[in-house]
Design a protein around this ligand. Structure first.
Ligand SMILES: [Zn+2]
Length: 135
């Protein structure tokens, strides 16, 4: 069965992130000059304007900042998943990312600990998603 949901467009800036995800690693762009760590990646550091950006492997952990349950499919590919859950996660390293929250209970609370899980949706793309971390 083919994957019929939107897929990320890979470019020279984000390719290291998606290459990492394919290896089940959550990478964040990092500035060796000032220590800033960010998502999404950019061509220069927004804090010190250095263009010498590198990548670090994030812990893959964070806390739940917000979430929403989608009851309407804006793309046909999501029809069979309804309702599905979209989340905002504040990573342990600081940046906030939007993703799917999978296998989560109904009694969610802001600030709950989450961890990344990797979903290889095509041969090329592995999507980092989040689930509630065991406490
Ligand atoms: Zn910097």
């Amino acid at each position: 069965m083919s994957y019929n949901k939107p897929l990320p467009r890979i470019d020279t800036l984000n390719k290291p992130f998606w290459d990492g995800a394919k290896q089940n690693k959550f990478l964040l762009q990092h500035c060796p000059a000032c220590g800033d760590t960010r998502f999404p990646p950019g061509p220069i550091c927004p804090k010190c304007l250095s263009d010498g950006q590198t990548w670090i492997e994030a812990a893959g952990t964070g806390v739940l900042e917000s979430w929403v349950d989608m009851h309407r499919a804006y793309w046909d590919g999501f029809k069979d998943d309804l309702p599905y859950r979209v989340c905002l996660v504040r990573l342990t390293e600081g940046p906030v990312v939007a993703s799917n929250l999978v296998n989560s209970p109904d009694n969610l609370k802001m600030g709950m600990k989450v961890k990344v899980v990797f979903d290889p949706v095509t041969d090329e793309i592995t999507l980092p998603k989040f689930t509630i971390a065991e406490t």
